[in-house]
Structures are given as C-alpha cells and as structure tokens.
Ligand binder design. Structure first.
Ligand code: CTP
Ligand code: CA
Length: 224
C-alpha cells in the first residue's frame, strides 16, 4: 500500500486531520483519557493522501504507525492539540476532526505522585477548549468536518453539534453498538451535511469508510 494508488484528485489541496484520544495528566504517573484508537483518523489521513492531498495529521497517543507521505505531529493533551491546530488551520482547505478530545482535565496537576489516604478521593476537573468550536468560529474558506460518538438520539445530537460548531458536515457514530467503532477495524457511520443531506455508510473496514467519507467531501466541494 504505497504511492501506487495515489491520484491527483486533490492535488494542491491541504488537509488537516486530528485523531486519537487526548491524555490529561493528574500527576506524574496518572492521566485521564478515553477509548479512541485513532484508527478512523489515520485511515482518513491515508485516504486523503492517496487522493493527492498534502496532509497534516495531529495525533494524540495511539498504538498506530504514522501513515506514509503524511506529516504527523504527535501531541498528548487537548491543550497541546489546540496549540498545533491553531498553528496549521488557516492555510487548510479541509479540516477533519476525528480526535476524541477530552472535555475535562484535572484543575491542577500535581508535581508529585498523589499518595492514597483513608476514604474517598474527590477531584476537581475543568473544561478544556472546544477545538472544533474554535475552528467553526474562525472558519474562512475551509470545509470543516466534525465527528460525534453518541449512544442515543444520534441524529438529533448530531444536527445540533453541526449547527452549534458551524460545521459543513458531521460524521455520526453509534457507540452503543459494541461490534463497531473505537478499537474495532470496522465501522458504520452516517454522514450529515449542513444542507440536511444524510448518507449512510454501511458496515465495512475503517479504510473503506475513510475512502467513502473522502468521496462524500469531494462531492460537497464540487457543489460550492
Ligand atoms: N471536539 C473538539 N474539542 C473538544 C471536544 C470535542 O474539537 N474539547 C470535537 C471532536 O473532535 C469532534 C466533535 O468536537 O469532532 C464532537 O465531539 P463530541 O465529544 O461528540 O461532542 P462535544 O461537543 O464534546 O459534546 P458531548 O461530548 O457533550 O456530547
Ligand atoms: Ca466530548
């Protein structure tokens, strides 16, 4: 799977993709994170690259090998991801935010390992920056795509997120279904545009899902 299937379809286009979870430190030995594997984002980076685009992938900690011919930037926390996104987003034509960014982080990071005490531990958490919301607010020419993992009322929540974050499209995942999503190599999603079109992508490999998402984005770009 090298350069051989690369086309010129998106030649000259710049694509920014964020992927994976973020990790929010509590002390030098502990952190908060989530189950995101990064597979969907990495597959999208590869598919966009194979379409001829110049791809920057900003990735939280994953167990994956960086895709070839993609500029991969490794980050740890939501804050760090935001810093790198701010550095790159302005020149981009397409931004796809698959990353499962932590919504909260510990309000203070302990410099030393927290020692256990008798009784329960209460922690205070504070909100992280909503990176996608920031991108929607600062959008110029970019085609902005969000992801959302939901366990219920998927379309309703999806539509609300699309509007609130000023997205051009959102990809919806039903994470209540264990056989797909997160660590799985398979997925099944619903692609929803700002114009209200919905396109189901039936269960298949994340690689195939990624190719279809790139095609749907391409179709939307040709409309504008
Ligand atoms: N997102 C982000 N920065 C955050 C949280 C989310 O950029 N701090 C992005 C994700 O990358 C994803 C989209 O927002 O593309 C939707 O994430 P999701 O967690 O589903 O939505 P939230 O707005 O965080 O709402 P909630 O978790 O309460 O459902
Ligand atoms: Ca969230």
């Amino acid at each position: 799977e090298v350069d051989t299937n690369r086309t010129n379809k998106w030649k000259g286009k710049k694509v920014l993709i964020t992927a994976g979870p973020t990790r929010e430190a509590l002390d030098p030995v502990r952190y908060f994170t989530n189950y995101s594997s990064g597979k969907m984002g990495y597959a999208l980076a590869q598919a966009a690259m194979e379409n001829g685009a110049e791809v920057v992938l900003i990735s939280g900690p994953t167990a994956l090998n960086p895709p070839i011919n993609v500029t991969t930037i490794d980050v740890t926390s939501a804050d760090e991801m935001f810093e790198h996104v701010k550095r790159h987003h302005v020149n981009m034509d397409i931004i796809i935010k698959t990353a499962a960014v932590a919504d909260y982080r510990p309000s203070s990071r302990n410099n030393h390992k927290i020692k256990k005490q008798e009784g329960p531990l209460t922690l205070e958490m504070e909100r992280t920056m909503d990176i996608l919301h920031y991108l929607g607010q600062h959008k110029k020419k970019q085609f902005l795509v969000g992801f959302a993992a939901e366990t219920q009322d998927i379309k309703e929540y999806g539509r609300k997120k699309l509007e609130k974050k000023n997205l051009d499209a959102i990809v919806l995942n039903d994470v209540s279904r264990k056989e797909i999503g997160f660590d799985s190599d398979q997925n099944e999603v619903l692609f929803m545009t700002r114009h209200g079109e919905e396109q189901e992508i039936e269960q298949t490999s994340k690689r195939n899902i990624a190719k279809q998402i790139i095609q749907l984005i391409d179709f939307e770009l040709r409309k504008d």
